[in-house]
Design a protein around this ligand. Structure first.
Ligand code: ADP
Ligand code: MG
Length: 285
C-alpha cells in the first residue's frame, strides 16, 4: 500500500529566506495544490460568521494538533528530535501566539500543523477533518483555501507588482475570478494602506510595505486560519508595531483565526492566548 504518511524521507527543500525553495518566492505547487481535484468548498467555506459573545471553546476547533513528533536526520547519522509531543487547539476567530527560544521548534511546528512538513507521529485536524494522513495534493488543495501565510522575509514574487502578488494567491487556490479578484485585491491593498502602490514591484517597496502586501496576499482567499512566523522580525520597532496593529485588526475584522510566532512579548500579550514552546513541547498555559 502506498501510504502518504510514509513519505517522511522525502527531503523538504527549504531556504533561509522564505522557508520554501520556490524560485523567487512562488509557493511550491504542492503548497497550494494547483490543479488538485479535491472538492473542498463545503469544508472550508463553511460559515465563518461568529456571533458576539459566542463561547470560543465551543464548536469544532479550526486547528487541532495532538502530540506531534518530528525529527530530522542529523549530519552525524543520528536524528534530531525537534518536536516531542507538541499539541495545540485554536478556535474560530481566536488568536494564539507562540513564543520560545530560538531552536525550540516553532517554525517546524508551524510547518507541521500546516502539513508543509510530514510528521512522524500525532494527528492534525483542520476544521475537524484529520489531514495528516492525506496525500500531499489533497492537503495542498485544502491548505490553499483554508490557510494564509505571512513570513518574516515576505516571500513576494519579485517579477510581479503588489496587485499581481495578491491576485496570484487566488489563482493558485483556484479561486481567481477576473473582476472580482482584482477588486478584492485592490480593496485589501487599500485596507493595508497601499492604495498608491498597486503597480509597484517588491524591489521598489520598503520592508514594511512588502509585509503589507504579504498580509493582503494572506487574506485574499478569506482563510479560516492565518499562520505568521515572526512577521515583524525584519522590521524596525516602529514599523513592526504599525504592521502588527494592522495585522491583528485585520485578522479580527476578517474573522480569521491566527497562529502568531513572535519573539515580542508585547505582541504576544495582545493575542487571545499566549503559548510558549520549549524544546519541542508547547508548555501548559
Ligand atoms: N529541515 C531540517 N533539517 C534538519 N534540522 C532542521 C530542519 N529544520 C529545522 N531543523 C532543526 O530543528 C531545530 C528547530 O528549528 P526551528 O523549528 O526552525 O526552531 P525555531 O523556529 O523555534 O527557532 C533547530 O535545531 C534546527 O536546526
Ligand atoms: Mg523559526
Amino acid at each position: 500500500m502506498n501510504n502518504p504518511a510514509d513519505d517522511n524521507s522525502a527531503p523538504k527543500e527549504q531556504d533561509s529566506a522564505c522557508g520554501y525553495q520556490n524560485g523567487g518566492g512562488i509557493p511550491r505547487e504542492d503548497m497550494y495544490g494547483a490543479g488538485a481535484k479535491v472538492q473542498i468548498e463545503n469544508a472550508v467555506n463553511a460559515d465563518k460568521e461568529i456571533g458576539a459573545g459566542e463561547d470560543l471553546s465551543k464548536g469544532t476547533p479550526v486547528l487541532e494538533a495532538i502530540d506531534i513528533t518530528k525529527s530530522f536526520p542529523s549530519p552525524d547519522g543520528g536524528k534530531l528530535e525537534v518536536l516531542r509531543g507538541a499539541s495545540i487547539k485554536i478556535h474560530r476567530a481566536q488568536s494564539v501566539s507562540l513564543m520560545g527560544e530560538s531552536g525550540a521548534g516553532k517554525t517546524t511546528f508551524m510547518n507541521a500543523v500546516s502539513a508543509l512538513e510530514r510528521i512522524d507521529g500525532g494527528s492534525i485536524f483542520w476544521d475537524g477533518e484529520r489531514i495528516d494522513k492525506l496525500f500531499s495534493g489533497a492537503q495542498a488543495a485544502r491548505r490553499a483555501r483554508f490557510m494564509g501565510f505571512v513570513f518574516q522575509s515576505y516571500c513576494l514574487v519579485p517579477e510581479l507588482d503588489a496587485l499581481e502578488n495578491v491576485m496570484l494567491s487566488a489563482r493558485i487556490a483556484g479561486l481567481y475570478k477576473p473582476f472580482k479578484t482584482r477588486k478584492a485585491a485592490r480593496d485589501l491593498l487599500e485596507k493595508v494602506g497601499l492604495k498608491d502602490r498597486l503597480k509597484y514591484l517588491p524591489s521598489k517597496l520598503s520592508g514594511g510595505e512588502k509585509q503589507r502586501v504579504a498580509i493582503a496576499r494572506a487574506l485574499i482567499n478569506s482563510p479560516s486560519l492565518l499562520l505568521a512566523d515572526e512577521p515583524t522580525g525584519n522590521l524596525d520597532e516602529t514599523t513592526g508595531e504599525e504592521i502588527m496593529d494592522m495585522f491583528l485588526r485585520l485578522c479580527s475584522s476578517e474573522g480569521a483565526s491566527l497562529l502568531l510566532i513572535t519573539h515580542n512579548p508585547d505582541f504576544a500579550k495582545r493575542t487571545d492566548k499566549a503559548l510558549k514552546m520549549s524544546k519541542g513541547i508547547i508548555l501548559p498555559s
